[in-house]
Design a protein around this ligand. Sequence first.
Ligand SMILES: [Zn+2]
Ligand SMILES: [Zn+2]
Length: 258
Amino acid sequence: MKFCTLSSCSYANSVVVQGGDTCILIDCGLRKRDLKPFLDRVGLSSGDIDAVLVTHCHTDHIYGLKYLLNLRDIPVYSTAGVLKQVNGHCVFYKPPGFRVLEPYVEGKIGSLSLTPFKLSHDVETVGFTISAGGERMGFITDTGYVPDRCREAFSCLDYLYIESNHDVEMYKSSAKPWPVIRRNLGRTGHLSNEQCGQVLQSLDLSRCRLVVLGHLSEDDNEPGRARQNARRHLAPGITLTSAPPRVPGQWSDKLVKI
Ligand SMILES: [Zn+2]
Ligand SMILES: [Zn+2]
């Protein structure tokens, strides 16, 4: 399996995951103008996308969903709670094909097996483990902390995409209003660099080859700081990178030798 971020930041989030003959998007927060060019840049078109998996209903994760579904009928997967909130936040051109996944229960999308795990955000939010061809990836974003149930399930991964949203020191001089800062730092906000490091420390990453840091705040974080912090908690053999904001990153199979 392989994956590639199309955009990863507080403005727009979307990640392509390919395994066997199946290709999905996790979230579609892209602007309408970016959809086709960003897919094109990673060698894909909307015709290649078999499904969209949604983590939660915030705009930076679903803004482009209605535009993508207007190009093609693509099923949208998540838990019943997330899908209900997505439906409440989006005005679709036509009713989407929603498919319900049960939290903590493995589901299938073509060649991919995936399991949603509830996270801790201010709306219902799920992370995922995704498996194909004997490989496994973990996907964790938009959470104030990582629940114990995830820590157990997110061991024995080959790849990990994890939020490293902000640097607490930089937040002290942030221009953001205090209620926003309080929310982002809280139990239903986002993982800081430091918290991301603690999660990396607590997971069994003995077979992990690649960690991609995602959802970095463009105002309150720096990629170098985020990577430097994460590196301290990872074995030297694990490749580490941070996903670029507002542009596609590199495919995972270009970042690590398969
Ligand atoms: Zn977000
Ligand atoms: Zn969010």
